[in-house]
Design a protein around this ligand. Sequence first.
Ligand code: DAO
Ligand code: DAO
Length: 292
Amino acid sequence: MVSLRFPFLFSQPPKPKPKPKPPHTKAASTFLAASAVVATAGAAAIAICQDPKDPFLKKALNSVFSNKSNHCSLPLWGSLSLAENSSSSSTVVESRTGVSFPSVLDDSKRLLGIGLRKKSVLGLKNIDVYAFGVYADDNDLKKFLSEKYGKLSNPEFKENKEFNEYIIENDICMTVRLQIVYSKLSIRSVRSAFEESVGSRLQKFGGSDNKDLLQRFTSQFKDEYKIPRGSLIDLSREQGHVLCTKIDGKEVGSIQSQLLCQSILDLYIGKDPFDRQAKEDIEHNLASLLHK
Ligand code: DAO
Ligand code: DAO
């Protein structure tokens, strides 16, 4: 089954759609047009879906058609402004776990993509640990991206290999929201998992001697904390490369370290991400923002 991943499909009550601004990529505009057709005249949309020249559009439409049962979903491209998003208080549902994410966080952060962190246990089974959403501050994004990449056309942009590195390294306010789906998570297993995942990134970006930093990070998470299914963990890079961690809305600590922020973001949008599809969705959404 093709999952309902990309472009964002916001599950919303069926109320009048805000008027989208004109999208700026061919794929986006065709997708929006095709989405309207899906609602009214499926047969015509299937004809568009079969356009062999546009695999991106085909993928988007396939998602819509393969999830027809989710009839309240409103396909929403990056063409809506943050204010329009926010006023409709829309959410996006991670289809494999049913976890929903607000499309706007803290009034100014835009949801760029959602995904799933799995973990293989003893090579025997793969468990779904948490669903995640990656957010970035709209103003920071526009400022940084247009300064650096504003002049590139869409295909050039996609070729630009250093793009993700730029987002990962720079002082752009971002949040990765984790929502726990595994019900038997112990603090001990969390510590050992992030010693492996975050630890390997600290080593990759900072060299071998980062035990202290990892220790400072992990020591924020006290043994008595409980993280049952449904817990929300927000990992935010705030201005000045400060990593602030909240559990269920309560701050548990913050650490100023570019290396740590970069290592955390690399897990989701770096070279070897937890969910490759999520990373691709994020790239596409960033591209569509740039070309608004
Ligand atoms: O039950 O032993 C087990 C498997 C536990 C896997 C834990 C993976 C933890 C991943 C990090 C979660 C961060 C919130
Ligand atoms: O999934 O391997 C991973 C890395 C997750 C990094 C974030 C960990 C934050 C965990 C907070 C736990 C609170 C008890």
